[in-house]
Ligand binder design. Structure first.
Ligand code: NIG
Ligand code: FE
Length: 417
């Protein structure tokens, strides 16, 4: 049993059974001031107001007056407690760096131009091919550690720098090992369709992805396709998703980053859990998403790094839809997994309110990776994955004071990290 007392604000309280927020609900979250939180066996047991301590709390409350903090009790000293961030879109298993392309970008080359010169995703595939599984695991765990320290508790991780059967499986085994090792909740996605692998024609590679499905499905929960100009078409996407469905892989799609691609509609046709990027969106995409279980997911860190338009999150919300935000952490278009910065970009660049951006980075991002029944909010029974902030912090100050250190301690499954 762990008790957190004297919490200035306990935020992100959501009733059991609410798995996502949509439309006007995006602007709401449950807040309790001057609160306590109780954790048992790694899960949230209960919470309440300090002026009404429940019977279980009475003894320790008296104890604090005499002896201060104990092993099973933490005095929040007026700090905020909020659910840990959920990051539903990352590519953190990669080898080395693409700092050279960063310099090319500064000189004026676009993401597409770098890719066309054989850089980009294929560059990462070459580096990954040369790196041992152990080396890949170690590099990726560094990134996971960094993300956890920045307050993230659940991470979706994609393959997609293998681009041939052996190397895609190598990536998925590394993701499995991260899942077994890390205190964070990890969900693996097979993204064979990230770029056409070296040595394949386009058509032969799409067939190779279909053929990889039985082996990769054993290691992945989701399937993803980069359905965009110069990469994979909606027809390729249909073919790959149809094959994936036979093995129970639900889609999460990369769409509309470089052009309006038809990827959103392809995702909706196949009951995708999420459609991601959406830097370029027309009314047709918003219409296609209405009434579906698909979560539109925007990646403002990519817009920031590549100088792309920001997703039209407000228009989605006004249309009654939910929106999730994720980092897209990868070496080419978003080399950061800092979800607090993602939240800040959501407010500063996309004009989301702090509560909307917070819901997008927690419950809705958990939904977009199929884990909002177990994490992403302060709800009894969920994993005790939360951030305890320094004293005095509010949700508004997270994006406002966007680089001031705010974390006192991250707890995952009730354990301090
Ligand atoms: O989500 N858009 C495709 N994939 C990644 C970029 C991957 C890379 O450049 O290595 C993305 O932005
Ligand atoms: Fe991505």
């Amino acid at each position: 049993m762990l008790r957190i007392i004297n919490i200035g604000r306990l935020v992100g309280i959501v009733p059991e059974g609410v798995l996502r927020k949509q439309g006007a609900e995006m602007a709401q979250t449950g807040v309790l001031e001057d609160a306590w939180l109780e954790i048992e066996d790694g899960r949230i047991k209960g919470f309440g107001e300090m002026r009404f301590p429940d019977s279980a709390l009475r003894a320790p409350l008296e104890m604090t007056n005499h002896s201060g903090q104990t092993d099973d009790m933490v005095d929040a000293e007026g700090g905020m407690v909020m659910p840990a961030f959920c990051d539903s879109h990352t590519h953190i298993v990669y080898a080395g760096s693409r700092a050279g392309e960063f310099l090319d970008k500064i000189e004026g080359l676009s993401y597409e131009e770098i890719a066309a010169r054989g850089g980009g995703i294929l560059n990462s595939a070459d580096l990954l091919h040369e790196t041992s599984e152990e080396g890949l695991f170690r590099q990726a765990m560094e990134r996971v550690g960094e993300m956890v320290r920045q307050g993230t508790g659940a991470i979706e991780i994609k393959s997609g720098y293998g681009l041939n059967p052996a190397d895609e499986l190598k990536m998925l085994r590394v993701i499995r090992r991260i899942k077994e090792t890390s205190p964070a909740l990890i969900r693996p996605t097979f993204l064979g369709a990230h770029a056409v692998g070296r040595g394949y024609t386009h058509e032969a590679y799409v067939q190779a992805i279909v053929d990889m499905m039985p082996d990769t499905a054993a290691l992945a929960d989701f399937v993803d396709v980069f359905c965009d100009e110069g990469f994979f078409t909606p027809e390729d996407t249909d073919r790959i998703l149809t094959a994936a469905a036979r093995y129970g892989l639900r889609p999460k799609i990369h769409a509309n980053e470089l052009a309006v691609s038809g990827g959103v509609q392809a995702g909706v046709r196949h009951q995708a859990l999420s459609v991601d990027h959406l830097e370029r969106t027309t009314e047709a995409e918003i219409e296609a998403l209405k009434g579906t279980g698909t979560m539109p997911t925007m990646l403002p860190g990519t817009s920031f790094f590549l100088g792309l338009p920001y997703g039209r999150a407000k228009d989605f919300i006004h249309a009654g839809l939910g929106v999730a935000l994720a980092s897209d952490y990868n070496p080419g278009s978003a080399p950061s997994g800092d979800m607090r910065f993602v939240m800040a970009l959501g407010c500063i660049q996309m004009r989301l309110t702090p509560v909307e951006a917070f819901n997008a980075c927690t419950l809705n991002s958990a939904y977009a990776m199929g884990v909002s029944d177990v994490t992403g909010s302060i709800t009894p029974g969920k994993r005790a994955d939360f951030i305890l902030t320094r004293p005095g912090w509010t949700l508004t100050n997270l994006p406002y004071l966007h680089h001031s250190p705010f974390i006192r301690q991250v707890f995952l499954q009730g354990l301090p990290q």
